[in-house]
Design a binder for this molecule. Sequence first.
Ligand SMILES: Nc1ncnc2c1ncn2[C@@H]1O[C@H](COP(=O)(O)OP(=O)(O)OP(=O)(O)O)[C@@H](O)[C@H]1O
Length: 278
Amino acid sequence: MAQTAVVAAPSHVTPAVRLDTIDIGFPERGGGYYRAVDGVSLDVAEGEFVAIVGPTGCGKSTLLNATAGLLKPAAGTVLIGGTPLAGLNRDAGYLFQADALMPWKTAIENVAVGLEVRGVRSAEARERATRWLARVGLKAFLDRYPHQLSGGQRKRVALVQVLILDPKILLMDEPFGPLDAQTRALMCELLLKLWSEDRKAVMFVTHDLEEAIALADRVIIMSAGPGASIIGDHRVDLERPRDPAEIRHSPEFGRIYKAIWQELKTEVIKAYEQGDQG
Ligand SMILES: Nc1ncnc2c1ncn2[C@@H]1O[C@H](COP(=O)(O)OP(=O)(O)OP(=O)(O)O)[C@@H](O)[C@H]1O
């Protein structure tokens, strides 16, 4: 581990998320078993923004799925606010690469529906959805259907669809992956703005190391699978509030990037070599 590495939060503070020595695997065709992640421990403090990077197929999504309660580890425990997770994680909001907008509902309906399902009156749900959509610059697009919105606009709707439910934990899996570079930069800026107004614990999976450093308080590096584990844990001590586009030009950013990339590169090469052999 590099010098910038940090250890878990002090033991007297209950983390928002604790992955305690978890193993996760999948049955393979023909009766085998693929051990995806092996002995992973990770604490995410309340209000902390943690980015997870690692070579393709190493198990980043698998870790998020376990934290969401969508996957049960073969061994180890997922603790949410100190309580072992059983079933779905109701404290978490999940944003995937592909958004979960319903094509037959307008932007406002897509955002309000989550509140309505929780018993909020329709008029109030719509009022709150309007406020949220206005916060992300979509007040003029309330009645548009998803196919009438740009990729970036749809992503903003998807983001507020999750945030309106006020989850304590935000799980984001390559959320800006399909967007063009400029839209992606604007989404990063928007995400940091919203997060700084109401700090949630965030686990953010990305392939983009620059994005990880620009956004996060800590960057976690996973090794190549099978049996992937955490091999690096770097604190990102860049000032906040940050402009995620501007901060990339600072010398401190360059130093952090270099330290993390040195570790990550080795794993990326390993994963490619395994792919070539496979
Ligand atoms: N349902 C499943 N059944 C069998 N194998 C699976 C399943 N889900 C994931 N895997 C395997 O587990 C490993 C980890 O997958 P995962 O999607 O978590 O990786 P990742 O790091 O998120 O990948 P990427 O960066 O490419 O999105 C991969 O080898 C994948 O093929």
